[in-house]
Design a protein around this ligand. Structure first.
Ligand code: C5P
Length: 283
């Protein structure tokens, strides 16, 4: 038997940090949504007790550094599964980009192994397991649009985000989430209005939504990679309704209500960056 799971990328419409916790993580408030740029995870039982990762990506680690590997190991240990599994990752989401590609692969692995091994776990139970793999995994277990708090592990669904087009631009730099968070100073923070964003989504109010995007990590990553600011400027110049960095970066996304605008932003940015995607939000 073969199980296939889709692993969509996530965007942060807002990312706010409230304080640094005693466990070293930051207490966050985020509004996250999924887009239709996705990896595909194929799972197959193996007779030997082993986890084998195969991938179309040349750079993804195939060992315990891989989030899908960690998710499979956790499932095997927690439920004492003696079978092995082959995990094939068809990679489409840029790596180390602020789009939770690795976390979404881990979440899809948890959902898929739940089916393959007939464990009958609920999504809530899978999300609790996912939190052990990484902070973004619980949201990726559910997908959709959610208000996410804690270190990323508390998920409240808030309805469907107003549908629009999304242009994603991934600059050619790698960013470490831990390094970005460690440079965060609470004195100089301009907090996004998370409540306004939640209300905008619940009211399906696109105009309110685009006015309330915000990310407290953006200025930190921009200070190290000024290209992000240039990309944002170009996106807005080509007609984007809003432009923001996702997660700890470096990917920047533009929101466009009209397809013609999104195409103009896509074409304009294509001349500036190699990795540019035009996608839709997911329901
Ligand atoms: O949980 P994850 O391994 O994805 O987090 C990567 C790093 O990001 C953590 O080691 C931590 O430095 C930082 N982080 C944080 N607060 C969070 C989530 C992540 O400081 N809520």
């Amino acid at each position: 038997m073969e199980i296939i799971e889709k692993a969509p990328a996530k965007l942060n419409l807002t990312l706010d940090a409230l304080y640094k916790r005693e466990d070293g993580y930051h207490e966050l408030e985020m509004v996250m949504t999924t887009v239709d740029l996705a990896d595909h995870i194929t799972l197959k039982n193996l007779p030997e007790d082993e986890i084998i990762i195969r991938t179309t990506s040349g750079v993804l680690p195939l060992d315990k550094r891989n989030h899908a590997f960690q998710a499979a190991k956790l499932m095997k240990e927690t439920f004492q599964i003696k079978k092995g599994v082959e995990i094939t990752i068809e990679k489409k989401i840029p790596i180390a980009a602020g789009l939770a590609g690795g976390s979404s692969d881990a979440a899809a692995t948890l959902r898929g192994l739940n089916r393959l091994w007939e464990l009958n776990l609920s999504l809530d139970e899978l999300a609790d397991l996912g939190a052990k793999v990484g902070s973004d995994v619980p949201f990726c277990v559910y997908g959709g649009t959610a208000f996410v708090t804690g270190r990323g592990d508390q998920i409240q669904h808030i309805g469907t985000m107003p549908q629009c087009w999304v242009v994603l631009v991934k600059p050619r730099v790698g960013v470490s989430t831990g390094t970005v968070f460690s440079a965060l100073s609470f004195e100089e923070l301009v907090h996004p209005n998370t409540n306004e964003m939640i209300a905008a989504i619940q009211n399906e109010d696109y105009q309110e939504m685009i006015q309330n995007v915000g990310n407290v990590l953006e200025h930190i990553t921009i200070a190290r990679h000024p290209d992000i600011e240039r990309i944002k400027y170009k996106m807005l110049k080509f007609g984007a309704d809003a432009a923001l960095m996702s997660g700890s970066g470096p990917t920047v996304f533009a929101l466009c209500e009209k397809y013609s605008r999104a195409q103009r932003v896509y074409n304009g940015l294509k001349g500036f960056c190699k990795e540019v995607y035009l996608v839709r939000t997911l329901k």
